[in-house]
Write a protein that binds this ligand. Structure first.
Ligand SMILES: N[C@@H](CCC(=O)N[C@@H](CS)C(=O)NCC(=O)O)C(=O)O
Length: 402
């Protein structure tokens, strides 16, 4: 960007400095208690160095890291944070692989001791931070304790049925039916919890945390690759819906939840591919925004009937403020990143030396590149990303019409 032809254009667009001044002193109107994927540490107003350091993946893609992240947020345990790349998108620093040769995430350091494996980490956190609310308050061997263990096993069964279905197109109908049968069991367990929306009833527990990252990814990927709606299905899994609605209200989850678009595109590099079944074209195109409606102004209301159900309050203005502040606060990186979209390194694809007229093509390409790579929750929340994608499309359409 920035050639003389561009600067010579007359328009009323604010400069970055003006935008920065407008942003000065403004806070995102979203809840300050909500987890923030970009935070370097989380103190919960405690003083001193946290006992615990969490290593989780830089792009917020890893479901096992998300479990531990949510547990810490839910218990309000102060933690330091280091982001580590997953292999599918980057290298890991030697300082990390020296500690953890497998490179697997998540990892915690507690009082300097390195602990791996999310299920072990979760137990250690429960044992070590007894002054914080217990998320598994059941005696081993008690009826509730046995139920929690059974539900944790059910989560792994659901996970393996999902893997079989989502990564392969082989025997798709059988894989679908086997997956849906286990989801029926999950729904029945949620109905048989003695009341309340959570797996163990009224109480939110580690069982909900075990399911959350996976049900979230299943809802997105099964709709996108198989055309089957899990969340907001409106009939077959009403208790799963009630659970989605309840968990989505939690502050510990709202800031760390992804969206369908991000998940649909981040799973293939992690899993080595996801298989479409031919019934998914409509849902896929809608999630990608190629239908001309999704990601376009005016945006419809976001609620539990949306293509991607939204169970919280839809506040479009707050969402726009969040998106604007994130972009203004990180503008150098955003601009540098978007500029990758308008040509290959060393190949200014659209440059036209000496051209006297403004060419919108490089800017359009950069904006589209940025639009397609906004990550939730890494960059912003889903409502904010939705607004930002739609306004980028508005800018793209306006430039294309010049
Ligand atoms: N059983 C492990 C699984 C962890 C796992 O599979 N982590 C993946 C990311 S989701 C990982 O770190 N893989 C190495 C990499 O992608 O760099 C746990 O529960 O912690």
């Amino acid at each position: 960007m920035g050639g003389t032809t561009f600067e010579a254009r007359e328009d009323a667009t604010a400069t970055w400095r003006e935008l920065e001044a407008a942003a000065e002193g403004r806070r995102e109107t979203t809840d300050a208690e909500r987890a923030d994927a970009r935070a370097e540490t989380r103190t919960f107003d405690a003083e001193g160095t946290p006992r615990l350091k969490l290593y989780r993946d830089s792009a917020s893609w890893c479901p096992y890291s998300q479990k531990i992240w949510m547990q810490l947020e839910e218990k309000r345990i102060p933690y330091a944070l280091e982001r580590i790349n997953m292999r599918c998108y980057g290298a890991k620093p030697r300082s990390f692989t020296a500690k953890v040769p497998s490179g697997a995430l998540p990892v915690i350091e507690l009082d300097g001791q390195t602990i791996t494996e999310s299920s072990v980490i979760a137990q250690v956190i429960e044992q070590e931070f007894t002054e914080h609310k217990s998320l598994l308050p059941y005696a081993p061997g008690s009826a509730e304790g046995s139920r929690a263990t059974k539900l944790m096993r059910l989560e792994r069964t659901l996970f393996s049925r999902w893997m079989q279905w989502i990564t392969s197109s082989w025997s798709d109908a059988t894989a679908q039916s086997e997956y849906c049968q286990v989801l029926d069991e999950v729904d029945a367990e949620l109905a048989a919890n003695g009341g309340g929306a959570y797996f163990m009833g009224e109480e939110f527990t580690l069982v909900d945390i075990a399911f959350a990252p996976f049900l979230e990814r299943m809802a997105a990927s099964i709709l996108y690759y198989k055309g089957v709606k899990i969340e907001g299905n409106g009939g077959r899994w009403p208790n799963v819906d009630r659970w989605f609605a309840a968990i989505s209200q939690r502050k510990s989850y709202a800031g760390i939840k992804s969206d369908y678009y991000t998940t649909a595109h981040d799973l293939p590099p992690q899993l080595g591919g996801c298989a479409e079944n031919g019934d998914n074209a409509e849902a896929r195109d809608a999630i990608d925004g190629v239908d001309g409606v999704n990601w376009r102004l005016p945006l419809g209301p976001l609620d539990e009937n949306s293509l991607e159900p939204w169970w919280g309050v839809d506040d479009p203005r707050a969402a726009r403020v969040e998106a604007a502040l994130r972009v203004i606060g990180n503008r150098e990186n955003v601009v540098r990143f978007a500029a990758r979209g308008c040509g290959e390194a060393g190949q200014p694809a659209y440059s036209a030396p000496g051209a006297s007229s403004f060419s919108a093509a490089p800017t359009i390409a950069s904006l589209a590149y940025l639009r397609d790579r906004i990550g939730v929750p890494r960059d912003m929340s889903y409502p904010a990303a939705r607004q930002f994608r739609a306004y980028l499309n508005w800018a793209i359409d306006s430039l294309a019409a010049l």
